[in-house]
Design a protein around this ligand. Structure first.
Ligand code: H79
Length: 443
């Protein structure tokens, strides 16, 4: 196994996420019926593409926000970084304008990550942005900017907090053992903070929990937390990282969250892949930036699997997003500007993503995203519907041959798009009515 594959395997195991179908629980879920959940999720399903922002004083060191405290950066030093966090060039409108020009429809901000630092003016913790030289409520400015621009503002909140004196794991502020940590006291503080976030910043599109996998937390605490959030904002969406899974018990939250990997095709349980534009979540100087092709393929493979992509940027310590990352996002936006009809408000399928292909559908249209061309053209299992019309959105013409067991698609090599040749098929029926089909070549 390659180092990267091993890393991914460890990550998947650590996060215990799955995109396989899970039984939809009956109405013992706090928010009521599955129909109600579908209403709540409608905007997010159509949005398909969001921006994740990982930011905090740790950007001053360029190490990872999730796990460098007490490792690459000694605890006392890490916990003092906020005293130098001044980010003079932070401009919420610029972040939001960038998300918008990338074609993203929602923004998820790390209001509090595992390191415990709060990016908002919290009355529940002194370890917050108002105590740093920056002295600006980032949640406030970003949520206001989002509202002005018609982008949904969302908040990330880590259940685990390695610095909080009451949280049973990790080191005390500044380092060393914690004295008498107490989970119930910690949870009371956490709810106090969530109440701030969910009552003082307008409607929150979704709450992205994380860090639910450590021993002090439990499924039952997750159920209680879900209820608590819904009592404050009944229409907000909640991801699945509310707690560890429990065999036989209803899944927590509204949707699954594969991390740094594309989720599997699933039309039953909504899902969203979160993925970094570089390698680190928080900003790292000269981090490896993904090429445009890889970024667009990630998006197309998510949407083709009926999922979303939450694509992450880590702003620099001065508050700006690196030009090269911003440029990449704008390239994605320019692509979406042209081909967004094959992404937004579509559903995944009927062909499930495969080595060469992802497909999406809306109404009677099916969009084939050809990501690589096999020798002799694309040979697919039959659609089970009649193709009445075809067009190549990226330019040129497709020849479409419909046999009893196969659908053959050919586009002249000179007319193929190096990143994604998008072929729009008009069917004689709704694409969503067709049961999912493997996209591997028919034998
Ligand atoms: O916020 C982002 C990450 O910081 C957070 N989730 C996303 C959205 C996250 N926190 N922890 N994890 C993900 C799990 C990480 C596990 C590992 Fe590792 C990272 C396994 C290998 C590298 C940490 C460092 C554990 C071992 C080495």
């Amino acid at each position: 196994m390659s180092k990267r594959a091993l890393f991914t395997a460890i990550l998947a195991a650590a996060l215990n996420t799955t995109t396989t179908a899970q039984p939809t629980p009956p109405s013992e879920k706090p928010a009521g019926s599955p129909a109600k959940a579908a209403d709540r999720l409608a905007w997010w399903r159509e949005a398909r593409f969001g921006m994740f922002i990982h930011w905090g004083p740790v950007s001053l060191r360029g190490t990872e926000i999730g796990w460098s405290r007490g490792k690459e950066v000694p605890t006392a030093e890490y916990d003092a970084l906020y005293k130098q966090f001044s980010a003079e060039r932070f401009d919420a409108d610029r972040w939001v304008a960038l998300a918008k020009s990338a074609g993203m429809k929602y923004i998820v901000l790390t209001s509090k990550h595992h390191d415990g630092f709060c990016l908002w003016d919290s009355r529940r913790s002194d370890y917050n942005v108002m105590k740093s030289p920056l002295h600006r409520d980032i949640d406030r400015e970003l949520s206001d900017a989002c509202r002005r621009a018609g982008i949904r503002f969302c908040t990330y909140y880590s259940i685990l907090d390695w610095r909080d004196p009451n949280y049973p794991l990790g080191e005390a502020p500044g380092g060393g053992p914690k004295i008498k940590p107490d989970m119930d006291t910690y949870v009371a503080g956490m709810k106090g903070q969530l109440k701030e976030l969910l009552t003082n910043y307008g409607p929150i599109g979704l709450v992205w929990f994380d860090g639910q996998w450590e021993a002090p937390w439990s499924y039952e605490r997750g159920v209680d937390l879900e209820k608590f959030v819904r009592s404050l904002q009944p229409d907000t969406i909640i991801n699945d990282r509310l707690g560890p899974g429990k065999p036989g018990a209803p899944a927590l939250g509204d949707y699954a969250t594969p991390e740094q990997t594309i989720g599997g095709f699933n039309r039953d349980r909504p899902w969203e892949t979160c993925m970094t534009i570089c390698q680190q979540w928080a900003w790292k100087p000269d981090d490896n930036l993904k090429p445009l092709r890889e970024c667009l393929h990630a998006l197309v493979r998510c949407v083709g699997g009926d999922g979303n992509l939450l694509f992450n940027v880590g702003p620099m310590p001065d508050g700006r997003i690196e030009d090269r990352q911003a440029d990449r996002l704008r390239e994605m936006g320019a692509w979406l500007e042209k081909y967004g009809e094959s992404v937004y408000a579509t559903r995944g399928g009927p062909y499930m993503p495969g080595a060469n292909l992802a497909s999406t559908t809306r109404g009677n249209a099916v969009y084939l995203h050809v990501l690589a061309w096999p020798e002799g053209g694309l040979r697919l299992p039959a659609l089970g519907a009649k193709v009445v019309k075809s067009a190549v959105l990226t330019g040129g013409k497709a020849s479409v041959t419909q046999g009893d067991d196969a659908l053959l698609i050919e586009v002249a090599p000179s007319e193929r798009d190096p990143i994604d040749t998008i072929i729009k098929l008009e069917l004689d029926r709704e694409g969503l009515a067709i049961a999912p089909i493997a996209s591997e070549p028919a034998k």
